[in-house]
Design a protein around this ligand. Structure first.
Ligand code: GLN
Length: 484
């Protein structure tokens, strides 16, 4: 049996008919990790024995004819900023290198209840700050399609695990693009849900008004399945909410979807967009047109400020969220007897350059005398960015289409020395985070995706769909229309 053309959907159908065993399948993924991860470095920890044991139990349940969970026996990887009880959770940082999670995050609990199997934890940029997974304190993850290139970030390990056939699906987190951008660069599907659709309880907080957890999968249908499992109201996250999705989520009415209108924002197709990416977008638009979808040119005039706004609000929230990592309650601890020296030593040794940069920036924009000019002003512009989207969605446009990242995967080291260059990787993904809207990255045909998993020759390119708040069903449905 081969696992590289398996999907969650096909796996589950075969498991129910007992044509496939969860144990065998899990073992194949673990063998692939043994074989390939020495080169790719997607994983920080692998739970071989436990994964096989859980898989064996899933087979026993299937043999007894028990009702299978939505993810029964499905081998999944977790970004290492999500808590799994009893397991090391590092957030890619030295300051948490020996931290053992004392409880399950809500997404983890839901995955367990649905029967998923955890293969291990994946590498990430330190505290999810970055766009290339080069900022991890432990190792650099490589793009399975070309080992000299980055997988994107910060969920680079999660994207590389799925693209490299080392997991059937994974979870990532997206604060400014960290699910969608690595999905685009690795040729897998990545969904960032509406802010509040998935509980953040048990996710190591980076920027609390922007962080969202979501799936990375091989198909849009699989993304819908995982999303359906992890979403929903949670008493441990006051921003969580449960709209009613009805049938639309898992069984979209594709006829209705093909009657929708897609907005093309002028601002997403200008200067800075790589020619190959632009050409790929044209192909996608042509394909949707051939399926009856209507297009309309729209404008998001304030999106040009999105990056600047993000790099005020995000570091401000980082500086408060990361204050708890003082090496006393968590993390590596120095020897000084004086409290302030101890803080200084612990943080100097524990945090890498990117968290330090953001903490300094964030502390500055929140400080008395600068607060109004930076933080207050950024919040006002954030409101304008949101209202741009509201206007577009109230003008008869159902979904917005554009690129995910300005370029395909870049070379390792190419942008590492230039933070501004790196920040530009998220220019098309950040607006959806600021506005709290759902967004998805879908591989352009022939450039990643199931059919070309593991090396198509060409570097993957994803296209992005952004939907109305709580309308994941629209972007997932539109994605399935494309995929069909
Ligand atoms: N690359 C962006 C940053 O560094 C986004 C990261 C993310 O979404 N986690 O902040």
């Amino acid at each position: 049996m081969k696992t590289n053309n398996l999907t969650i959907k096909s796996f589950r159908d075969s498991l129910a008919k007992r044509e496939i065993s969860a144990y065998e399948t899990t073992k194949l993924f673990l063998d692939e990790i043994d074989e390939s991860d020495g080169k790719i470095s997607a994983y920080l920890d692998v739970y071989r024995d436990e994964a096989l044991e859980t898989a064996h139990n899933a087979d026993l349940a299937a043999a007894k004819g028990e009702k299978l969970g939505l993810l029964s026996g499905v081998p999944i990887a977790l970004k290492d900023n999500m808590l799994l009880e009893g397991k090391r959770t590092t957030a890619g940082s030295k300051i948490l290198k020996d931290y053992i999670a004392s409880y399950d995050g809500t997404v983890v609990r839901k995955l367990k209840e649905a029967g998923a199997i955890f293969l291990g934890k994946t590498n990430l940029d330190e505290f999810a700050m970055g766009s290339s997974t080069e900022n991890s304190a432990f190792k650099i993850t490589r793009n399975p399609h070309d080992l000299s290139r980055v997988p994107g970030g910060s969920s680079g390990g999660s994207a590389a695990a799925v693209a490299g056939n080392m997991a059937l699906a994974s979870l990532g987190s997206d604060t400014g693009g960290s699910i969608r951008q690595p999905a685009s660069l690795c040729g897998v599907v990545g969904l960032k849900p509406t802010y509040g659709a998935v509980s953040r309880y048990g996710l190591i907080a980076m920027s609390s008004s922007l962080d969202q957890i979501g799936p990375l999968t091989r198909t849009v249908e699989d993304a819908a399945i995982v999303f359906d499992v992890i979403r929903g109201l949670d008493k441990y996250d006051a921003t969580s909410f449960d709209p009613s999705y009805g049938d639309d989520l898992l069984n979209p009415d594709l006829k209705k979807i093909s009657g929708m209108t897609v907005g093309i924002p002028d601002e997403y197709f200008g200067e800075g967009l790589d020619g190959e990416v632009a050409a790929a977008m044209e192909e996608v638009i042509a394909e949707f047109k051939s399926k009856g979808v209507k297009f309309k040119e729209v404008s998001l005039p304030h999106s040009k400020y999105a990056l600047s706004v993000y790099y005020i609000i995000q570091p401000a929230e980082v500086s408060t969220n990361l204050a708890r990592f003082d090496g006393i309650r968590y993390g590596t601890r120095g020897k000084s007897a004086k409290l302030l020296d101890l803080y200084y030593d612990n943080k100097s040794a524990g945090f890498g350059p990117e968290p330090k940069r953001r903490i300094i920036l964030g502390t500055y924009v929140l400080s008395a005398g600068h607060y109004d000019a930076y933080y207050g002003q950024a919040q006002k512009v954030r409101a304008l960015i949101k209202s741009d989207f509201d206007k577009v969605f109230s003008s008869g446009v159902d979904v917005i289409l554009g690129p995910v990242a300005p370029t395909p995967a870049f070379k390792i080291g190419e942008k590492a020395a230039n933070p501004l260059q790196m920040y530009l990787s998220d220019i098309f993904t950040i607006p959806a985070n600021l506005a709290g809207l759902p967004g998805i990255s879908i591989p352009v045909k022939g450039r990643g995706g199931l059919s070309t998993l593991l090396g198509a020759g060409k570097l993957p390119i994803g296209f992005q769909l952004i939907g109305r708040k709580w309308r994941e069903a629209d972007i997932l449905g539109m994605g399935r229309l494309y995929e069909r």
